[in-house]
Each structure stands twice: as structure tokens, then as C-alpha cells.
Design a protein around this ligand. Sequence first.
Ligand code: HEM
Length: 101
Amino acid sequence: MTNRKGPMNRLSVFPVYDTIPKMSKQVTMAEVAKHKTDKDCWVVIKGVAYDVTNFLADHPGGKKAILMYAGKDATAEFEMLHKPDIIVKYGKDMKIGPVSN
Ligand code: HEM
């Protein structure tokens, strides 16, 4: 993800796709698993960890739906219930960084 010569980086000429903050940090699933409460909630979607704590109350699908996946990988359920552009739009501000394992 940090390799600027990699093919994915070509997408960054289109700002809408560039949702990875400059300070994006790599995390492990073990680290993600520690954040599993409504006061501190991380989820993983497509290999990227997000801190959704402040979004829980605003989630159109309700707080409980996300909390079922607190500290876990929610990719399958997320993809079943949302349009792909939702993670681009909302994920930008909540992104922690790629999960390394
Ligand atoms: C980063 C995490 C998530 C974000 C940013 C997010 C965002 C959203 C947004 C924007 C909508 C409204 C969609 C629309 O109106 O077209 C929505 C709906 C919904 N979400 Fe999520 N979501 C997330 C995670 C999850 C998870 C993990 C579940 C697990 C089951 C979930 C379940 C739902 C459901 C059931 C709805 C439909 C609500 C309805 O139409 O009544 N979401 N979500």
C-alpha cells in the first residue's frame, strides 16, 4: 500500500479513489480485535481497518448492525448490504489503515 510505484497508485490521479490518508498505518487483526465496544469500535472491510465509533449513532442500518462486527472483518456483510461507493464516501474519514495479516 505504501509502495508509490505500485499499480494501485495510478488511481490516485483521480482524487475520488484516493481514500488512503498520508499517515495511514498498518494494523493486525489482533489489534483490530481489541476495539469491540460501542465506545471504541473498529471494523475491517476489504483488508482495511476503519474506526467507526463516531459513526455508530449515524449509521442508517443502526448501531447494532455494525456492533455485531466490532473488532472483526465485516467485508461479506458490508458488500451484501451496501453500494461500493459508500465505503469511498464514508470510509475516508474513518480509515485507520490496511490490515497486514
Ligand atoms: C464502515 C462501515 C459501514 C458504513 C460506512 C455503513 C454505511 C451505511 C450507509 C451509508 C447506509 C445507507 C445506504 C443507503 O441508503 O443506500 C447503510 C445501510 C445499512 N447498513 Fe451499513 N455501513 C457500515 C457497516 C455495516 C455493517 C457491518 C452492517 C452489518 C450488518 C451494516 C448494515 C446495514 C444495513 C442493514 C443497512 C440498511 C438500512 C436500511 O436501509 O434500512 N452496515 N450503511
